[in-house]
Ligand binder design. Structure first.
Ligand code: ZN
Length: 290
C-alpha cells in the first residue's frame, strides 16, 4: 500500500543537456548518497541495442522467454546460433561517457550503490565497484542442473568448433552488427552441455519471464533504505524488477529523479523528471561537479 504524501514535482521535457545538468546539480547538492538505477538507455551509445522506443513500446522482436529456452531445444539452438554473431558485438563494446561519469559519481560518494538492469558489464569496465547486476551478466554462462559456471567466451568457442558452418557465417554477417538472423536450419546447430554433468547451459542472465534472485533484490532494497534518494538513468522502467524500487522509494518518502529520453512508468512518482540525453547530461554534470 503506497502511503499518500505530496511530492513537489518538476518535469523538464525535451531538456537540453545543460538545463538537465543544472537541475541535477541542484538536486545532488540537496541529496547526496544516492542509489543509482541504470537501464538500457545508457548503453545504446556503446552500440548495444535498446529493446524499447521512447514510448516504452517494443522496437524489435521481443527477446527469448525463459520458459521457451528451458523447454524447447529449437529455441536454444536458435539462441546459441545467433549468439555466435551477437556475442562478439557485446563482448567488444566499450563503456561510454555515461558509464565513466557514473564511476566518477561513485568516487565522489554521490553514488552510494549502483543497481543496473543491464547485463553488459560496462559499469565494471568503466571502473564502478559497488554494482548489483540485477539481471545477471551476459559474459557468464551457468549450468541449470548443477550450477557450474563458465565464461561466455569459452562456451562460444566450443560452439564455433562444433558448428564450423555457423562460425563461418559469423564472419560474413558480423560487420552488419546486428544478429537478427533468420534461417530455417537452426535444427542442424549442435549444442554443448555442462562439462561436469551434461546439463543445460544458459547465459547467467535473467531472461524475460524469469524472476530476479531474491538475494539481489534484498541487497538492492537494503541499499535503497540506506540512501538519501533514488536516481534512475536510461530506463523506461517498464519491467517490474526495476519499477519496484521507485515504488519503494516513494513509500519511504525518498526523492526520485529520472533521467531518460521519453516516458517512464514512474513519471508520476518522480520528484524531478528530466527528458534529456543521458551521456550528454552526465558529462555536463561532471564539469559542474569539478
Ligand atoms: Zn552441470
Amino acid at each position: 500500500m503506497i502511503q499518500e504524501f505530496t511530492v513537489t514535482q518538476t518535469c523538464i521535457e525535451q531538456a537540453s543537456a545543460a538545463q538537465a545538468a543544472n537541475a541535477l546539480h541542484d538536486f545532488i547538492q540537496q541529496h547526496a548518497g544516492l542509489m543509482l538505477l541504470t537501464g538500457a538507455g545508457i548503453s545504446t551509445d556503446s552500440g548495444i541495442p535498446d529493446y524499447r522506443d521512447q514510448k516504452g513500446q517494443w522496437k524489435r522482436n521481443p527477446p527469448v522467454q525463459h520458459q521457451d529456452f528451458m523447454k524447447d531445444e529449437y529455441t536454444r539452438q536458435r539462441f546459441w546460433a545467433r549468439s555466435l554473431i551477437g556475442w562478439p558485438v557485446m563482448r567488444n563494446a566499450r563503456p561510454n561517457e555515461a558509464h565513466h561519469a557514473i564511476a566518477d559519481l561513485e568516487r565522489k560518494n554521490v553514488c552510494q550503490q549502483l543497481v543496473t538492469q543491464n547485463v553488459d558489464g560496462l559499469h565494471n569496465k568503466a571502473g564502478s565497484d559497488r554494482v548489483i547486476d540485477l539481471h545477471g551478466r551476459s559474459d557468464q554462462v551457468v549450468c541449470m542442473d548443477c550450477g557450474q559456471s563458465y565464461s561466455r567466451d569459452w562456451v562460444c568457442d566450443q560452439l564455433a568448433t562444433l558448428n564450423p558452418e555457423f562460425a563461418r557465417l559469423t564472419a560474413s554477417v558480423a560487420p552488419d552488427g546486428d544478429a537478427d538472423l533468420e534461417r530455417d536450419d537452426f535444427h542442424h546447430f549442435r549444442l554443448t552441455g555442462c562439462q561436469q554433468c551434461g546439463g543445460l547451459l544458459k547465459p547467467d542472465v535473467v531472461f524475460f519471464g524469469d524472476t530476479v534472485p531474491r538475494d539481489r533484490v534484498d541487497a538492492a532494497f537494503q541499499a535503497l533504505d540506506n540512501a538519501d534518494g533514488l536516481f534512475v538513468i536510461g530506463s523506461s522502467l517498464m519491467v517490474f524488477s526495476g519499477y519496484r524500487f521507485c515504488r519503494k522509494a516513494y513509500e519511504l518518502g525518498k526523492p526520485i529523479v529520472l533521467l531518460n529520453q521519453g516516458v517512464t512508468r514512474a513519471d508520476e512518482l518522480a520528484t524531478l523528471k528530466l527528458d534529456a540525453s543521458c551521456s550528454d547530461t552526465l558529462s555536463e554534470l561532471m564539469s559542474l561537479l569539478r
